[in-house]
Design a protein around this ligand. Structure first.
Ligand code: ADP
Length: 662
């Protein structure tokens, strides 16, 4: 398993960080929520007074404008107007009652003067003809006296917007102009007063448009009386729909736009910009002004019911110091509460770390110790807990105990195994030693036996040559047996000697072309094979690393046996090899007498023979030597029965010999 280093950024740190993050986030959110909520409440409380004042101002403004409208309509219905037009249409005399046009003028100007007396905010009342020319006009002069303008001072006004707009209106409708300065300079009018012109058309009884009635309302007077009942702390501002001041505590800022300067409310109070030119009907809030923060309440007054585009904005403002102080205190208290919550949160996190992370760390430390072989698990402190941590600790302890027991079992088994191994090794060594001793003994015995045997053999030969036929017939027969026995013994000893040589000498390994080896052997055995009409077929045979002498012996024995143990038919022998993984598997197949299954292992033992010497010559050493040779080269040998009777001897040999041959 991959080894992972424990991180310094442990569980406790992670819990603490996560809790801290969540805590901080909720505290910030909570503080912001409390702060904005209480700010709204505070502003609402303080702005109520201002809002009432603004409301009063707005309704006063509206009622004054309404007076102007109603008065204009009233004047339009006065009988002298029709009288004037009747008389003028009939050469200056009214056909109804004989009054002159002049008389009707006088009567109308008296009515106009009465109106000016009644309404001190009106500056001028006029009748203007359909062609735009003033017909009757009464002004209020600078000193307050009323002045009927003589006929020769009357003017043509058709180009004025209020004239041509009012001439287009229907009966009963009143045109209300924008509020602007009356800039008409001259003796008779008071210049530079803000005015609204209220105008309405007049018609004859037949419905013919005769002219208009116009009242100029002095808005300066109205502004003075509409200021709400606020304390002296409140500043009153009035602007038109573009934000230009119509009324301002500083007189010089009023109507700047008419005088080539601009004083805009949004320049002094940027926060109001959106409200003044936007759609919202009301505004309340704390805004920055030239003298610091103020609480501002504003409302729009649409004074002209025919033209929603004309409106004024009434704004009242009071210093917001007190309000700002209360808000600061709210903010401070919220921050304090947040700090307390934070501290409590940290305490809670510390507790969490203590109850959760520490015992987990203890268990994890123990697990590390156990992994390194320390089995002393001590869960006393946390093992008694009833929560998941306790369960975990107890299960951990049980697990370690089980592992411990299993390890002990394994150790005991291992010990037993080691003992058995040791015994095996010892008896193996013993066996090897006795084997060595045995082959050594066989070698020495056969080697040492050769000498006396040679003596027996040669003297028996001598006796045979010298005394054969000279003694009686029995003697001749006995000599024959003795000579034969000596020869067989000689052969037996030779084979035994060569067998023990196989075991006692180290392999002389080199490249051996097995095909060449077999072909060489067959050449030597040619005569013997031809005598029995034998046929030997050689398949593909490889070159391998081996002891050439031993390989030659191996094939000699197997081919010899194949010829010797032939059946009635002439021998057919097939020698071949095939490659299996890292070995070559050779086979020598014959069509001979075959071998019963129960003897297929026994024949490889030394001196094992299945037939008497009278039938088949032999010593029983050949196959034992073959087995020994194959095994010394690292292979195995076995015999199978061929499908058509006969035997197949198979053996494996590695292509290359290991450094140290077995
Ligand atoms: P020997 O040939 O000297 O008897 P071996 O060790 O070569 O001794 O053979 C042992 C016995 O195995 C033989 O006596 C024979 O009975 C049997 N044997 C060996 N080769 C064959 C064979 N090709 N076909 C039948 N039997 C065989």
């Amino acid at each position: 398993m991959k080894r992972i280093e424990p991180s310094a950024f442990g569980l406790a740190t992670k819990i603490a960080l996560a809790a801290g993050f969540i805590g901080l986030l909720s505290i910030v959110a909570l503080t912001a929520y409390i702060y904005s909520g209480s700010r709204d409440i505070l502003i609402e409380r303080d702005s109520e007074r201002l809002a009432r004042s603004v409301e009063v101002s707005a309704s006063r403004f509206n009622s004054r404008i309404e007076f102007g409208r109603q008065d204009t309509l009233l004047l339009a219905r006065t009988p002298p107007i029709l009288g004037i037009f009747r008389a003028s249409a009939r050469g200056g005399v009214d056909p109804l009652d004989g009054s002159t046009e002049r008389l009707w003028h006088d009567r109308l100007s008296t009515i106009f003067a009465g109106m000016l007396e009644a309404r001190p905010e009106y500056m001028q009342v006029r009748l203007i003809g359909a062609g735009g020319r003033e017909i009757v006009r009464v002004d209020r002069l600078r000193d307050g006296t009323l002045f009927r303008v003589p006929d020769n001072a009357l003017q043509q006004k058709i180009s004025r917007p209020y004239v041509h707009n009012a001439l287009k209106m229907a009966k009963g409708e009143v045109y209300l102009s924008r509020i602007d300065l009356n800039q008409e300079h001259g003796r008779i009018e008071v210049p530079n007063r803000p005015v609204i012109r209220a105008a309405t058309p007049v018609f004859s009884e037949a419905g013919e448009l005769l002219g208009i009635i116009v009242i100029n309302v002095d808005m300066g007077r109205i502004f003075d009386i509409i200021e709400g009942p606020g304390s002296s702390q409140i500043d009153f501002y009035l602007t038109n729909q573009d934000g230009d001041y119509l009324d301002h505590p500083e007189v010089g800022k009023r109507f700047g736009f008419e005088l080539g300067r601009r004083y805009l409310i949004q320049a002094e109070f940027p926060a109001l910009k959106g409200f003044v030119t936007g759609k919202a009907p009301e505004f309340a809030g704390i805004v920055n002004g030239p003298a610091g923060k103020v609480l501002a309440v504003a409302t729009k007054v649409h004074y002209d019911p025919n033209d929603t585009g004309h409106y004024v904005v009434i704004s009242e403002m009071s210093p917001a110091d007190e309000l700002a102080a209360s808000m600061a205190s709210v903010r401070n208290r919220a921050a304090l509460a947040a700090a307390v919550v934070l501290v409590l949160g940290l305490v809670a996190v510390a507790w969490l770390v203590k109850v959760l992370s520490r015992p987990l760390k203890e268990i994890s430390d123990m697990a590390v110790a156990v992994a390194h072989g320390d089995r002393r698990v001590d869960i006393q402190r946390i093992g008694t807990r009833r929560d998941e941590v306790g369960v975990l600790a107890r299960s951990f302890e049980t697990m370690v105990e089980k592992v411990d027991a299993r390890e002990e079992e394994l150790a005991a088994e291992k010990q037993k195994l080691e003992k058995a191994n040791e015994m095996l090794a010892r008896s193996n060594a013993k066996l090897t030693r006795s084997n060595q001793e045995l082959t050594q003994f066989a070698y020495v015995a056969s080697h040492d036996l050769q000498e006396p045997l040679r003596m027996v053999d040669s003297y028996m030969g001598l006796i045979e040559r010298r005394y054969k036929g000279k003694l009686d017939a029995d003697a001749d027969e006995f000599i024959g047996y003795a000579v034969d026995g000596a020869r067989r013994m000689k052969r037996l000893i030779n084979e035994l000697l060569s067998y023990s040589r196989v075991s006692n000498r180290p392999l002389n390994v080199r490249q051996v072309d097995t095909r060449a080896t077999v072909e060489g052997l067959l050449a030597m055995l040619r005569e013997q094979i031809e005598q029995v009409d034998g046929v030997v077929h050689i398949g593909s045979l490889p070159t391998i690393e081996a002891d050439a002498g031993q390989i030659e012996r191996l094939f000699t024995n197997l081919i010899g046996n194949a010829i010797k143990f032939r059946g009635n038919a002439p021998p057919r022998i097939r020698i071949s090899a095939k490659q299996t993984r890292d070995m070559w598997e050779f086979s020598v197949a014959d069509n001979g007498i075959g071998i019963e299954p129960e003897f297929r292992e026994k024949i490889f033992e030394i001196f094992a023979r299945l037939h008497s010497r009278e039938i088949y010559e032999g010593t029983g050493i050949g196959l034992a030597a073959c087995k020994r040779i194959v095994e010394l080269h690292g292979g195995t040998i076995w015999v199978e029965s061929a499908p058509n009777g006969g035997s197949i001897f198979r053996f494996t040999l590695p292509e290359q010999q290991d450094e140290e041959p077995v």
